[in-house]
Design a protein around this ligand. Structure first.
Ligand SMILES: [Zn+2]
Length: 159
């Protein structure tokens, strides 16, 4: 069966930077299942999956515009440490914050005596990603799956 919209696609994948550094992989975990066309996956990967079929293996290089977007320098902001009274804050911590761009996940990238610098960009923003993909299974989605917008396990909907 060839992949088209409203098919349930199950893949194993490894994603690397263009330098070959591994970012993430489903190896050793359950394969990932999703509904093609639901935008669960980044656009570049959905595009590459159309018309492929179960058993296919391929590598695709995806530029930021089809992945997590370009970095936005406006999402890097300095925040006075006094706002974190009594809290331990350090470089590398992430938390939800209300910013000029709404609620989003930010990570602390710098700390000085009286301020921290937070970055609200997606960690993979601005990165070109190289995906190695193994297609494990392709099947038509059920009507329930299509109307819910997610894949159901053997026991049906779990929520
Ligand atoms: Zn459901």
């Amino acid at each position: 069966m060839q992949i088209a919209d409203n098919h349930v696609v199950t893949i194993h994948y490894t994603v690397k930077t263009t330098d070959g550094d591994e970012i993430d992989s489903s190896s050793g975990q359950d394969a990932l299942s999703f509904i093609q066309g639901s935008h669960y996956m980044i656009a570049g990967l959905e595009e590459a999956l159309y018309d492929k079929k179960s058993g296919d293996e391929f590598t695709v290089t995806i530029t930021p515009d089809k992945a997590y977007g370009d970095r936005n320098d406006n999402l890097v902001q300095e925040v006075p440490l006094s706002m974190f009274e009594g809290m331990e804050v350090d470089v590398g911590m992430s938390f939800r914050a209300t910013t000029d761009h709404g609620e989003q996940s930010v990570i602390i990238i710098d700390k000085s005596d009286d301020a921290i610098t937070v970055d609200g960009n997606h960690p993979l923003a601005g990165q070109t990603l190289v995906f190695d993909v193994n297609i494990e299974d392709v099947r038509g989605a059920t009507d329930d799956e299509i109307s819910h917008g997610h894949v159901h396990g053997k026991g049906g909907c779990s929520h």
